[in-house]
Write a protein that binds this ligand. Sequence first.
Ligand SMILES: *[C@@H]1O[C@H](CO)[C@@H](O)[C@H](O)[C@H]1NC(C)=O
Length: 239
Amino acid sequence: MAGNFFQDVDINFGGPRAQILNGGQVLTLSLDNSSGSGFQSKNQYLFGRFDVQLKLIPGNSAGTVTTFYLSSIGSAHDEIDFEFLGNASGQPYTVHTNIYAQGKGDREQQFRLWFDPTSAYHTYTILWNPLRINVINSFIYGTPDDWATQGGRVKSDWTKAPFTASYRNYNANGCVVSASGNSCSSGALNNQTWQTQGLDANGRNRIRWVQQSYMIYNYCADVQRFPRGLPRECKLPRF
Ligand SMILES: *[C@@H]1O[C@H](CO)[C@@H](O)[C@H](O)[C@H]1NC(C)=O
């Protein structure tokens, strides 16, 4: 069941550049040459499944970064990131993922998208098992930084600003943390449910196909970056 942005999120960055439309069904984040914008879930969650549909900035989106991520609260935080790196008109977006555990990231992977993420809404999902208090965040911002702009060669075209991405069907299906105790939505029966949530054989095949066909960077394959050995999780079969 889709949520309502008025009820579910706070605009916590960039004020008027973020807008909630259609009675709460759609949220748009914009970036202009002064700054970006962002929102954060009002609720805090112990675990759950978080979906949002996102339509990315069309046309020349070079130098823009649109994000959807889950972050724990406090120091030594955990985080799961989707970051969509814009590109010149007609050139493919890159999706950049990262995972932080206990404050440490360095787990980047990058994929070319095999569909046009700007022509329609597509669903992006984060599934979170561990018991740790989290919020959902989303931001849009511009960056001249090398990692997002092919070494700084591709510049944002500010004559095309504002750059706008649209969100809809935000759905947090999890256990909400509150002063009066935790309350789980009906789909999130108990932690056991989430522990066993995973990909079926078909889903695993799809992942393998994406990794083989569209992965352009994998920290687990970057041996020069880890001279003292690859991180432990890289030895797990699913990586
Ligand atoms: C933009 O597209 C070019 C291919 O034309 C690609 O090499 C580059 O990595 C893309 N940039 C981003 C940020 O995705």
